[in-house]
Design a protein around this ligand. Structure first.
Ligand code: NAD
Length: 255
């Protein structure tokens, strides 16, 4: 498959770990130039040489906007913006969720995408292969009990994606979202563990529940999400915009 991403100029938010790191590595393998921001200083220091890496909390709107400006300057333009940052948020009944936790989940998972997109759009207009890939979640297309701020943020990402795809289509900027299912890694384990404790059940039972409405019962490797990002960002995604691509083994309900 000819992706045509050699020399592409790419920003990935929260690219020092998890899915973001897999996306960053995949772009580097294609010969792209990548800039990222993250809050994990140690993980940032471990990134391969050549990556423009900045310690920035995406919840800090001013710092995030400055990061986008600096990254575009360093990369010499921008072809692809990958809005990956997002936190799991609280796993609690609605009446126990504090405003600060609600706000943090929305700021990191949704508002950050509005900031980066607005800041990047001028540079994207100058690209001959421009796209934005927003990371949503299965929680962005179904209800997710006890994870209301997360689901609200991820539904918001879908609304932002679909609206921008229309708004920026005339500028040849494609905007798509990827909806990962249960991704392999510590984050998903922590979410299932919190649920097991709340329900006084074993981790294995809660995990089996989580897969009970999924046809292909396996965790999603971060590298598989990265493959889908590359497909959308590459020449392969030339006519794909406004789409929400689930990578989840056909999950029909979140429990
Ligand atoms: P993760 O928890 O593994 O974290 C990835 C990176 O984000 C880390 O390097 C971390 O330091 C960084 N980060 C956290 N808060 C930050 C902040 N405020 N500013 C900057 N960087 C920050 O996350 P992940 O599992 O790789 O998830 C990445 C994206 O995929 C998120 O938007 C998440 O909601 C989404 N997603 C994940 C899953 C899953 O099962 N893990 C499922 C569906 C969707």
């Amino acid at each position: 498959m000819q992706l045509g991403l050699e020399g592409a100029r790419v920003i990935v938010t929260a690219g020092a770990g998890g899915i973001g790191r897999a996306v960053l590595d995949a772009f580097l393998n294609e010969g792209a130039k990548v800039a990222t921001c993250d809050i994990d200083e140690k993980a940032l220091a471990d990134l391969p040489p050549g990556v423009s890496a900045y310690k920035v909390d995406v919840a800090d709107a001013d710092a995030l906007a400055r990061f986008v400006d600096t990254a575009i300057e360093n990369l010499g333009g921008l072809d692809c913006l990958v809005n990956n940052a997002g936190i799991a948020g609280p796993t609690s009944p609605i009446e126990e969720i504090g405003l600060a936790d609600w706000d943090a989940c929305l700021r990191i998972g949704l508002t950050s995408q509005y900031i980066t997109a607005g800041r990047a759009v001028a540079a994207l207009r100058r690209s001959s292969n421009a796209s934005i890939v927003n990371i949503s979640s299965l929680a962005g297309r179904m209800g997710f009990a006890y994870r209301t701020p997360y689901a609200a943020a991820k539904w918001g990402v879908i609304g932002l994606t679909k609206s921008l795809a229309i708004e920026l289509g005339g500028d040849n900027i494609r905007v798509n979202a990827i909806l990962p299912g249960l991704v392999a890694g510590d984050r998903q384990k922590a979410v299932l563990q919190a649920k097991a404790e709340r329900q006084n059940r074993s981790f294995a039972e809660v995990e089996a529940d989580a897969f009970s409405y999924t046809s292909i019962k396996d965790y999603v490797a971060p590298s598989l999400i990265a493959d889908h990002v590359l497909f959308l960002a590459g020449r392969t995604g030339r006519l794909t915009s406004g789409e929400t691509l689930s990578v989840c083994g056909n999950t029909r309900m979140l429990v």
